[in-house]
Design a protein around this ligand. Structure first.
Ligand code: ACO
Length: 320
């Protein structure tokens, strides 16, 4: 048994922040941001947090799948920006949707979160533990970005994407996931973990720090490598793949991956221009757009691929 995507949904906040808006905040320009990243604008949450965005994406995915919330056995929310610790964001989604029969929990794998979560649900489905799952990637990165740091604040946005999967004959075919904790320091955000009454240190909240060039080098090497592996290990020819749905971190990274894989950019859909990098949410938001635009037909093979903090990376080959 595999987990087949039965429906998708996404949600982004209404509030649009353009490059020109950011140029009033920090020393940057539309030209710099577009030429380095491909980003024109991003959505920034005003009042909604990660759980509310995740719940709305989940509700839309259930509607798209024609499946009731009470039919869900498991909800996995991939996020690095949960609203609370605890409850998990997934439990808040469960409550908001009325998914009374589901177990719900979060996982943290940064920009690869959706691929990790989908692979986990696939393992549950394959082993008969659960039958119907809701997999969500949702982030409210605006609350962990330093809005005075031009090197990072121009890159990120908020949003959520979700997929409902159900046990079926065809669906997720194969996954390749990886982590390298020794490279963790190139992309970090410290949380409130350093202080307690014994050491006398104040709990400190940090902001996103990134060694952009190091992440760039890692991505352009690792993404083609793990896509090739997922294809090789499943005896799939690259020409069978209709779309490579890549994490939207940077247009130049995706163009470099296209070159290295010898595939044209029309097989690598992009929406980074409109949303920026929403970390674990980019892949499911893009997947939802492809689905709703009618670009996916049953039987199509696609590869989802993420990479990011941890460092982590992962590719999931699936039949639509
Ligand atoms: N506007 C204007 N100038 C800027 C900005 C900005 N927003 N940010 C940095 N600069 C300046 C720097 O200060 C530096 O100036 P200097 O030469 O006077 O010191 C100059 O631009 C070049 O800085 P670099 O960091 O070398 O810029 P680079 O060309 O590497 O581009 C970028 C930065 C876009 C982040 C690039 O490294 C990149 O694409 N990295 C990939 C990582 C990525 O996309 N991460 C996204 C999040 S992580 C993830 O999703 C996995």
């Amino acid at each position: 048994m595999t987990s087949k995507v039965m429906g998708t949904g996404s949600y982004v906040p209404e509030n649009i922040v353009t490059n020109e808006d950011l140029a009033k905040l920090v020393d940057t320009s539309d030209e710099w941001i577009v030429s380095r990243t491909g980003i024109h604008e991003r959505r920034i949450a005003m009042d909604e947090g990660t759980s509310a965005m995740a719940a709305e994406a989940g509700r839309r995915a259930l509607e798209n799948a024609g499946i009731g919330a009470e039919e869900l056995d498991v909800i996995v929310l991939a996020t690095t920006t949960p609203d609370n610790l605890p409850p998990s964001g997934a439990c808040e989604v469960q409550a908001a949707l009325g998914a009374v029969n589901a177990v719900a929990f979060d996982i943290a794998a940064a920009c690869t979160g959706f691929e990790f979560a989908l692979t986990m649900v696939q393992a549950y489905v394959q082993t008969g533990v659960y039958r119907t799952g809701l997999v969500i990637g949702a982030e409210c990165l605006s609350k962990i970005v330093d809005w005075t740091d031009r090197a990072t604040c121009v890159l990120f946005g908020d949003g959520a994407g979700a997929a409902v999967v159900r046990a079926d004959e065809s669906g997720v075919i194969h996954s390749v996931l990886g982590s390298d904790g020794t490279k963790g320091p190139v992309l970090t955000c410290t949380s409130r973990s350093t202080g307690n009454f014994l050491n006398g240190r104040e709990p400190k909240l940090g902001y996103v720090y990134m060694d952009g060039q190091e992440v760039f080098r890692f991505a352009v090497k690792k993404v083609p490598e793990c896509i090739r592996r997922v294809l090789d290990e499943s005896n799939t020819d690259i020409n069978e793949i209709k779309y490579f749905v890549l994490h939207q971190a940077n247009l130049r990274i995706c163009e470099s991956v296209a070159k290295r894989l010898h595939v044209s950019m029309d097989r690598i859909p992009m929406n980074i221009g409109a949303y920026g990098n929403t970390s674990g949410a980019t892949v499911p938001i893009l997947l939802d757009e492809l689905n709703r635009e009618g670009k996916l037909e049953r039987g199509d093979k696609i590869v989802l691929c993420g990479f990011g903090g941890g460092l982590t990376w992962g590719a999931v080959l699936l039949e639509w």
